[in-house]
Each structure stands twice: as structure tokens, then as C-alpha cells.
Write a protein that binds this ligand. Structure first.
Ligand SMILES: [Cu+2]
Length: 240
């Protein structure tokens, strides 16, 4: 009985980790690719930012913070939306020459959402000089739970498989939260402070594009990419 439960829970977790991708990704040479660019904005009046009370290490962390789970910028642009083109073929996703960096600074994760190709090694930094711990809740990759005291300014975490979103917490400072996105293709972006993004070198064709934001959830929108052209989009996400 117990064994059956474990197996089905694992199957569910694996399916969730693949984020709805039906087929494996095929790497091909892309010539005359097109670009998808634009912004994701909040539909309607955005809620006022929420304050977080800091309960520990105020000399480093500060006394209060704004919640990072919904950050609205200029023109109601939504920061930290993960934009994923559901491409089945295209450029190969290769780990970058320089490791992606995930820094703990003033008891916040920077960046709040870090996206990288599967197989990358993440440099987890501790710029604060106080105890943090890096605690990921992966289901496809091994979960990490490592203390990072001040004498350990860098921990390296290799993320082999595609999986997103991977929630990251610090058990020392319960308000700290962030997400990792480990992608098996290169056609993704995280929106900037004003909700803007750009994804280049897409093979021409019709696509579904998935928008994910931790508080607003998921939305799928269509996009048509033409060879050597920039497709400009203006998408919205609504509160729940
Ligand atoms: Cu911490």
C-alpha cells in the first residue's frame, strides 16, 4: 500500500516538473531565426506591495522588507515572470561559460528568479557574512539543504535536469524566497523590473508560450514567429 503511494507521488512530481512538455526537445541548427519580445503587465489595478516583518539579524537584513512575490514596475509591468516558449526543436541549450550566480544579500535572494540551462552549476554566494542555508525543494533533481555560514562565501550546486519552478528557501530567515528555473532548451526569459523580456533565435512557426508567476499562476498564450523578424507582444496577467 505504502509502496504504491510512493510510486504514484513520484510519477506526479515528475510530470509536474516537466511543466506540460509532451515531447523531448530536439537540437537543430537555427538559421534565419526570429525574435519574440515585449512585456507582461498587470491587468487592472495592481495590489499595494506587502510588507514583510524582519524577525532576525536586523543589523544585516534591515527592519522590514517588501514582499518579492509580486513586484510591479513602470507601466504596471510585472517583474520575475518566467516566459517559456514551448518549442520542440531549436538551438541547443548549453551551460553558460560563466556560472549563473544566486546571491544572498541583505537577507534576500538576488535574483529572485534565476533561470539557466539544465546542466549548469549555480554559484550560491553569501554576501551577508551571516549564517544562511540554501534549501531547494526539487523533485526531479536532488533537493539541496546546506548551511552556508559566513566562512563559506560560495557553495556550488549543479542542476543536471530540467525542472521548474524549483522553490528556494532559507531556514534561518523564513521570509527569504526565490525560484530556480532549469531549462532543457534556450527559449525562456525572466521579465525585468518593468515586465520586459526578449527571446531570440527561434525557428519560424506557431508556438504556445507559457507565462508563470508565483502569485498569479500560469497562463498560456499563442505567438507566431517569422524568420528574421521581431514579433512584439503585449501580454497581461490578472490577479486571483
Ligand atoms: Cu538566510
Amino acid at each position: 500500500m505504502r509502496k504504491t503511494f510512493v510510486v504514484s507521488a513520484l510519477a506526479l512530481a515528475t510530470a509536474a516538473g516537466m511543466a506540460g512538455r509532451a515531447t523531448a526537445y530536439e537540437a537543430i541548427a537555427v538559421t534565419d531565426g526570429g525574435t519574440l519580445s515585449g512585456a507582461v503587465t498587470y491587468e487592472g489595478t495592481p495590489p499595494a506591495p506587502t510588507k514583510i516583518e524582519v524577525t532576525k539579524d536586523p543589523e544585516v537584513c534591515g527592519k522590514e522588507k517588501m514582499a518579492p512575490n509580486l513586484v510591479i514596475g513602470q507601466g504596471n509591468g510585472i517583474a520575475n515572470v518566467v516566459v517559456t516558449v514551448q518549442a520542440t526543436k531549436g538551438k541547443k541549450a548549453e551551460p553558460p561559460a560563466t556560472n549563473p550566480v544566486f546571491d544572498q544579500k541583505t537577507c534576500e535572494f538576488h535574483p529572485h528568479v534565476l533561470a539557466f540551462p539544465a546542466g549548469s552549476t549555480v554559484d550560491v554566494l553569501n554576501s551577508d557574512g551571516i549564517l544562511h542555508n540554501i534549501h531547494t525543494t526539487s523533485t526531479v533533481n536532488p533537493s539541496q539543504n546546506q548551511a552556508q555560514p559566513k566562512f563559506k562565501p560560495k557553495i556550488q550546486v549543479k542542476v543536471d535536469k530540467a525542472e521548474w519552478p524549483i522553490a528556494v528557501k532559507c531556514d534561518v530567515h523564513p521570509w527569504m524566497s526565490g525560484y530556480w528555473v532549469s531549462a532543457d532548451h534556450p527559449y525562456y526569459a525572466v521579465t525585468d523590473a518593468n515586465g520586459s523580456f526578449k527571446i531570440a533565435d527561434l525557428p519560424a512557426g506557431d508556438y504556445q508560450v507559457e507565462l508563470w508567476q508565483e502569485k498569479l499562476g500560469k497562463k498560456t498564450v499563442p505567438a507566431s514567429i517569422k524568420a528574421k523578424e521581431d514579433t512584439k507582444v503585449s501580454w497581461t496577467m490578472a490577479g486571483k
